[in-house]
Ligand binder design. Structure first.
Ligand SMILES: Cc1cc2nc3c(=O)[nH]c(=O)nc-3n(C[C@H](O)[C@H](O)[C@H](O)COP(=O)(O)OP(=O)(O)OC[C@H]3O[C@@H](n4cnc5c(N)ncnc54)[C@H](O)[C@@H]3O)c2cc1C
Length: 514
């Protein structure tokens, strides 16, 4: 049905395209519209800063100044990576970052390597609290796990091509390592690997909710994983901002409704009571925010059934980062290498009590130079730590580190990301849920009411078919929609419903569920 809405709307020719969200998808779309197509777009951002899930913070500690990334940290692969190329325009020819941007490198893949030097084993049964090189530590499960993950990435080697045949990642991995026959200790190693896998893939508590399709859909770019360590990932945000006029972005401007079938053309309502007309709207918030928007009837009319169906097939879990500044150095502790934590199953005796979230920690990374410990948490443990007060977090993180590092650890401050509770993000990054169809992500990118008339468009990492969950996926999705909108606006002088666009025709376009 055509949305009648208010009878007259503010006209503003300069704001022909309205972009909801100034994360990487929104910024890249606005930049492309301006530089390539000469079209002015206005970005409406609910928060007081640009970048969305990219958020770098400058810290000073222990005589060092350094940057931490609370959101995205790595360029995953350098060749063909839109984010990397944006910063190093000629990166493909040079094959390396500029000297002044000297970056950390890290090779994804061999998870067994994580276990090759040391691991913390928290054993509540014996009276040995932790031991860093455990006599029972075997790499065989880790190697079997690695092989299983590798096999899953080879699309031809597994027949799971349709949603009907889908199996959860956890189920497939358990079968591959013969989980039921594993001794207890090896099962605990498996649990650690599973938490790590959840973290890499953005699912919450277990890979049980994740489809094995991830391996066949996601494309890993060639080249190392590279981190812009001097500037943090915000360098990508800054690069995009430099191509825009400051007045193009309005902050603290939360969109509360999108009327995309209004008889005078689409328009937006904001939490401050204002409203803005546009010729086309680009929606870029995360999948969880979009799901929430659907529940709150933000889209008027509601998104069509096919969108809702495909939206449900994608997940966006909780993955949080924790950075801990220490008062003193850790004694005799490996620096600059992730040390895995294996939790043995027995319930902790009172003397070794620790908060429930601790057992969600699967590895810690210590930098002796910065006197900094960092770790990641997924799912419920991440939620639990996010909800603590500063004081509680300080106390609990101190006792967690004292336990796993087997020494008294005094903490100066704890810096936590809080993506799960941020109402404009509501989670980390997207993944295909168990039972998802291979086409789901493509359909999420479909504009409304139709491909021929893209009035309400969708971008964001969750809409990229192969690079979802990444910064380069978000950027490419913004470019894609900018080109789509530009093609539409240049061939259509006005986007209000035409005489031939009867409500019946519009309804048909909306309900086509193929
Ligand atoms: C912990 C973590 C680690 C990560 N690590 C990596 C990594 O190492 N490498 C990598 O490539 N990727 C990584 N990612 C993923 C990457 O950060 C995202 O894929 C990317 O930043 C998403 O950009 P986006 O524009 O799609 O969405 P967002 O960044 O979420 O942008 C959407 C914007 O919309 C705004 N918004 C929401 N609702 C409204 C509203 N109603 N009105 C107005 N504005 C609104 C939000 O405030 C936000 O700014 C990580 C993410 C997280 C959370």
């Amino acid at each position: 049905m055509c949305d009648p809405g208010p009878s007259s709307l503010p006209e503003d020719g300069r704001h022909s395209v309205a972009i909801v969200g100034a994360g990487l998808a929104g910024l890249s779309a606005a930049s492309r519209l301006r530089l390539r197509h000469g079209i002015h777009a206005t970005l409406f951002e609910a928060q007081s800063r640009p970048g969305g899930r990219v958020f770098s913070r400058q810290l000073q500690h222990c005589g060092h100044e350094f940057v931490i990334d609370l959101g995205a940290t790595w360029w995953h692969g350098t060749h063909g990576n839109a984010a990397y190329e944006l910063v190093f325009e000629n990166a493909l020819r040079r094959d390396a970052p500029r000297k002044e941007e000297e970056s950390d490198r890290w090779n994804e893949g061999d998870r067994a390597l994580l276990f090759s030097t040391s691991a913390i084993v928290v054993d509540f049964n014996s009276h040995v609290r932790t031991s860093r090189i455990h006599p029972r530590l075997s790499l065989s499960v880790a190697r079997a796990y690695d092989r299983a993950i590798e096999a899953l990435s080879d699309v031809d080697s597994h027949p799971l091509k349709t949603g009907d045949n889908d199996r959860s990642m956890r189920d497939t991995l358990e079968r591959s390592v013969n989980y039921d026959a594993l001794p207890d200790f090896e099962r605990c190693v498996f649990q650690t690997l599973d938490k790590l896998e959840c973290c890499w893939n953005g699912c919450s508590n277990s890979t049980r909710d994740m489809s094995t399709h991830r391996s066949s859909q996601y494309i890993t770019l060639p080249g190392d994983n590279v981190r812009p360590q001097r500037t943090g990932m915000t360098v990508v945000v800054d690069k995009l901002l430099s191509s825009l006029q400051p007045a193009q972005i309005l902050y603290n401007k939360s969109v509360t409704s999108v009327h995309w079938q209004h008889e005078q053309g689409p328009h937006l309502h904001f939490s401050d009571g204002s409203l803005r007309k546009a010729r086309a709207v680009l929606w870029t918030p995360s999948l969880n925010v979009t799901k929430q928007a659907v529940k709150q009837q933000l889209f008027r009319p509601q998104l069509p059934q096919f969108k809702l169906k495909h939206l449900e097939q994608r997940g966006q879990g909780v993955v949080e980062k924790v950075f801990v500044l220490l008062e003193t150095h850790l004694l005799d502790f490996v620096s600059d290498a992730a040390v895995p934590i294996i939790w043995l199953p027995a319930p902790p005796p009172a003397t070794l009590s620790c908060a429930a979230w601790c057992k969600g920690a699967f590895a810690i990374l210590y930098s002796a130079e910065k006197r900094l410990v960092s770790f990641w948490l997924n799912g419920d443990p991440a939620l639990e730590l996010s909800q603590l007060s500063e004081k509680q977090a300080l106390e609990q993180v101190s006792s967690f580190l004292s336990l796993v590092c087997d020494q008294k650890v005094s903490v100066t401050s704890v810096i936590r990301s809080n993506w799960c509770c941020n109402p404009f993000v509501l989670g980390s990054y997207s993944y295909p849920r168990l039972g998802c169809s291979l086409e789901s992500v493509d359909r999420l990118a479909d504009p409304l009411p139709s491909l021929e008339k893209p009035v309400l468009c969708f971008a964001g990492e969750g809409t990229h078919p192969h690079f979802y969950s990444t910064v380069h996926g978000a950027i490419e999705s913004g470019y894609r929609e900018a080109d789509r909108i530009a093609a539409f606006l240049t061939r259509t002088p006005d986007v209000g419903p035409t005489a031939t666009d009867t409500p019946r025709r519009q309804e048909k376009a909306l309900t086509s569920d193929t």
